[in-house]
Design a protein around this ligand. Structure first.
Ligand code: NAD
Ligand code: TDX
Length: 354
């Protein structure tokens, strides 16, 4: 197995990246983590207060598309692994403005790959791994049955997923063409602490607490497979250490839900915690215009990572969602902070205020 000594994490101030660092750093004493993040609306250093004093941790504010900066970090820190989270990640934003998705997700990944290749070919380090964090959305959409496997052809439907698929193909090409030791993970929908309240679960929690309308797209019968972000973090660590370079690993929770059922569940959990009469929050549900190009169903087979690397999720959904609801209730200051300013502008464009 591969055990890195200095990991460059990109996008480590975002939802999954920060959860990954909070897990990985204490679990791997002796390994340094350098977090490169440009701090867009989605990046928040408050997600990292648990590690900021750790001498093995360093934050660098900057752009993955800045080749000189990336080159300097790789060389000076003697990086032997890159775990690449940095991206524009929200589908609705990609419909409103696709350009930044191509710039960050496609061009940014290309810069990281190119600098990684030069660093690795320079012989400065003995071993190297580039782990690219991707999504099940690159496979497109499923009907009522079936699962995405690692062999499912890529068929992205949104500007977001198209930009992620573009990055996946560049990662593949750097392996085929240059022999760069890359790994790709494709995970289903994550939930848990520090998720920006533009995504379904934290948005619904936020609006239920505030007594605001709960915008359910279309008929609410789109299906997503939900995985706790801590389980995603252990999957990434497992693939980084044990995966064979050049390979793709799907990651999922085997946990499919209709959107409307998730919203009902959150309403009921919060009614209980807020001491509201049963059924009250469900009254906030508002069916709104469907997302353009809205994928009907995602379902992922995580059989390969289980079979080859022995990874399995540890959270049940029942426990994970209850803990997540409690986390958002206990961390309202975090939510207030990230929902000010530019978030409001976006929210108003997407939902027309409310
Ligand atoms: P996020 O939007 O919460 O965080 C993205 C982070 O990347 C932010 O901290 C942001 O500041 C940073 N970033 C953006 N552009 C950058 C740039 N040019 N240079 C440096 N940093 C930059 O996203 P997330 O939900 O944590 O997702 C992380 C990764 O996981 C993404 O690549 C996403 O495609 C993938 N993914 C997400 C999910 C999910 O359910 N959220 C599921 C599967 C895969
Ligand atoms: O207000 C809403 N109402 C609603 O019905 C929002 C925000 C979403 N939805 C629906 C759309 C989707 O069917 O809920 C489902 C989940 O939506 P998102 O939270 O936006 O996630 P999704 O589009 O499935 O993409 C997510 O999972 C895969 C992440 O945002 C991606 O980064 C990841 O790649």
């Amino acid at each position: 197995t591969f055990s890195p000594s200095a990991v460059l994490v990109t996008g480590g101030a975002g939802f999954i990246g920060s959860n990954f660092i909070n897990h990985f750093l204490p679990a791997n004493p002796g390994c340094r983590v350098i977090n490169l993040d440009i701090l867009t609306y989605a990046g928040n250093l408050r997600n990292l207060t648990a590690v900021e004093q750790n001498p093995a941790y360093r934050f660098v504010k900057g752009d993955i598309g800045d080749a000189d900066l990336v080159r300097r970090i790789l060389a000076e820190e003697r990086i032997d692994a890159v775990v690449h989270f940095a991206a524009e990640s929200h589908v609705d934003r990609s419909i409103l403005g696709p350009e930044i998705f191509v710039r960050t997700n496609v061009l940014g990944t290309q810069v990281l790959l190119e600098e990684s290749r030069r660093h690795w070919e320079s012989g400065a380090i003995e071993r190297f791994r580039f782990l690219h964090v991707s999504t099940d959305e690159v496979y497109g959409t499923l009907g009522e049955t079936g699962y995405f496997t690692e062999e499912t052809p890529l068929a992205p439907n949104s500007p977001y997923s198209a930009s992620k698929a573009g990055s996946d193909l560049l990662v593949r090409a750097y392996n085929e063409t240059f022999g760069l030791p890359v790994l790709t993970t494709r995970c289903s929908n994550n939930y848990g602490p520090f998720q920006f309240p533009e995504k379904l679960i934290p948005l619904m929690i936020h609006n239920i607490v505030a007594g605001k309308p709960l915008p359910v797209y279309g008929d609410g019968r789109n299906v997503r497979d939900w995985l706790h972000v801590k389980d995603h973090s252990t999957a990434i660590e497992t693939v980084l250490k044990g995966g064979k370079p050049g390979e793709v690993f799907n990651v999922g929770g085997n946990n499919e839900w209709f959107n409307i059922d998730i919203v009902h569940l959150l309403c009921d959990l919060l009614d209980e915690r807020l001491g509201r009469p049963g059924g009250e929050s469900r009254g906030l549900i508002t069916f709104v215009k469907d997302r353009l190009g809205h994928d009907r169903r995602y379902a992922i087979s995580a059989a390969k990572i289980k079979r080859e690397l022995g990874w399995e999720p540890s959270y049940t959904f029942e426990r994970g969602i209850a803990e997540t609801v409690d986390w958002y209730l206990a961390n309202r200051a975090w939510v207030d902070e990230v929902t000010s300013g530019s978030y409001r502008d976006y929210y108003e464009t997407q939902y027309g205020g409310g």
